[in-house]
Design a binder for this molecule. Structure first.
Ligand SMILES: *Cc1c(COP(=O)(O)O)cnc(C)c1O
Length: 496
């Protein structure tokens, strides 16, 4: 099985090479060229999370040996997660919540970022490379901490995270600045998220930086890396198998999934699961007031001509959903030229329109729905008061989308809602939703939320206030290339 660039099919390679490269040079995303044989029930049923992960990853990353896959899986999905189930299912009266936030940073990105470092270092070992893999990551909050935690003290890797000085929450900032590990560095940037992202992209092509990279290769932990996408297929199979084992459904019965969507990585993994045999009826693409995807699914036109909103569910505050490109590539019969043309149009004119054939295919597998801030707050409030289940705003958006979809279509297929963050990551908003109390200090709000609900605070968040702050550096945007070059020189030196 090969991976090919969505903008140039002749750029074709094994999965481990695609994971090392991250993004293709033509700007395209590495996408599976073909799919393995369908996964059978006996491959999946009566296995734990690790067992299922081995089956799915071996099928999708077939140039890794079984031993290599097992090593990666066992290194990732262990006691770092606060429950042996790794991803538990919690019933609510009209569906199930797939809890993806039991990992080391309490966000769903842990499921991919705990295994990516191992897939990456294994890939390097396969190619007999001994250079230091230097991960540069720009973050608006969640990805930074999950990547820092995943790469901490992983041999032959180093990670540097850039975050906007203003724009991340107090909890997120403290999570990053207290990171452990001898190979990590966290730097605040006097700018916004786009400035951080631009800095990282520029570094990959900067003469000054590249000259400083002796024995060091720059790579990315961004959600466009195939090594982040593929591990996300696992939890779709795992949750389905749980419902079969409970006797709620029989293997082969269709289910729907409602997915709070930003960069389209999570929901695309659900679609990939369907391609390799998971009986998925529809994937509900849930958005907040930044509803570019709802409109796209309804009309076939992707348009950036809209206002950007800051919401309670910041990981979905996004206008350009990168992973959508992979879906369009596969739905168009791998039409790389068409994809390159659409992406160019999006960049230059701010929109593109897919033809009726692709639009029909999109509508067969996906439905879009969006949720206002008021509705999101009401969903959090009601679920707590009616069922004593506490959810974060991203999860609330997805639960609301499921209900909207059902009202509109009458499709009552059993539905699993992806719950992507612990409510304790958004204490101020969640507390206000359930009690009306407005406590601006997130750490104080955390204590009060605990008193009001009795729900345990995840260990990584509970201890946060007491952990020593290790990183306080803040830089101006224009110093970025010098700072990165210095960091690369120091990493090369360590290797000498
Ligand atoms: C990143 C993130 C999402 C969006 O996932 P995508 O794969 O980018 O669509 C949703 N919820 C939370 C809490 C996240 O951190």
């Amino acid at each position: 099985m090969k991976y090919i660039s969505s903008r140039n099919r002749s750029c074709r390679m094994d999965s481990h090479e695609a994971i090392i490269r991250g993004l293709s040079e033509d700007g395209g995303l590495f996408t599976p060229e073909s799919f393995p044989d369908e996964i059978q029930p006996e491959d999946i049923l009566n296995k734990d999370y690790r067992g299922i992960a081995e089956v799915i990853l071996k099928a999708m990353l077939d140039d890794y040996s079984s031993e290599e896959i097992r090593h990666c899986v066992d290194s990732a999905y262990d006691e770092k997660f606060d429950t042996p189930e790794i991803v538990p299912l919690t019933p609510v009266h009209d569906g199930w919540l797939m809890e993806l936030w039991h990992g080391p940073t309490s966000a769903f990105k842990d499921l991919a970022l705990t295994i990516l470092p191992h897939l990456l270092t294994t890939a390097y070992a396969k190619d007999d490379r001994s250079d230091v893999v230097s991960i540069l990551t720009a973050t608006s909050g969640d990805t930074g901490k999950a990547a820092l935690s995943g790469f901490a003290d992983v041999p032959n890797t180093a990670i540097t995270v850039f975050y906007p000085e203003i724009g991340v929450s107090a909890v997120q900032k403290r999570q990053m600045n207290t990171s452990k590990g001898n190979n990590v560095e966290v730097i605040a940037v006097k700018g916004n998220f786009d400035d951080c992202q631009r800095m990282v992209k520029e570094a990959c092509a900067s003469e000054e930086v590249l000259a400083a990279c002796r024995g060091v290769t720059i790579s990315s932990a961004n959600s466009i890396n195939a090594g982040r996408l593929i591990p996300q297929i696992v939890y779709y199979f795992h949750s389905y198998a749980q419902l079969v084992q409970q006797g709620t459904i029989a293997w082969g019965d269709p289910v729907n999934f409602s997915v709070p969507t930003g960069n389209f990585g999570d929901i695309l993994a659900g679609w990939l699961a369907k391609q390799i045999g998971l009986p998925v009826n529809r994937l509900i693409c849930a958005s907040n007031t930044n509803n570019v995807l709802t409109d796209f699914l309804a009309t076939g036109t992707y348009s950036l001509d809209r206002k950007f909103h800051t919401t309670m569910s910041p990981s979905m505050d996004i206008l350009i959903s990168s992973n959508l490109e992979r879906l369009l590539f596969l739905l168009s019969g791998q039409d790389d030229r068409q994809i390159a043309a659409w992406m160019k149009q999006l960049k230059e004119e701010g929109s593109y329109t897919v033809g009726p054939e692709i639009h029909e295919k999109l509508k067969a597998d996906f439905a879009g729905a969006w949720t206002s801030e008021e509705e999101c707050a009401a969903v959090i409030h009601d679920l707590w008061h009616d069922e004593h289940v506490l959810i974060d705003p991203h999860t609330a958006v997805a639960l609301s989308a499921m209900r909207r979809y059902r009202e509109k279509t009458g499709d009552m297929t059993p539905c699993i809602v992806l719950s992507t963050a612990s409510p304790y990551k958004f204490c101020h908003d969640v507390l206000e939703c359930i009690s009306g109390k407005n406590i601006p200090d997130d750490f104080e709000a955390m204590e009060v939320l605990h008193e009001v609900t009795g729900m345990p605070i995840p260990v990584n968040l509970r201890n946060l206030k007491e952990l020593p702050v290790r990183f306080t550096r803040s830089i101006a945007i224009e110093d970025g290339m010098h700072v990165i070059a210095d960091r690369m020189r120091s990493l090369g030196h360590v290797q000498d």
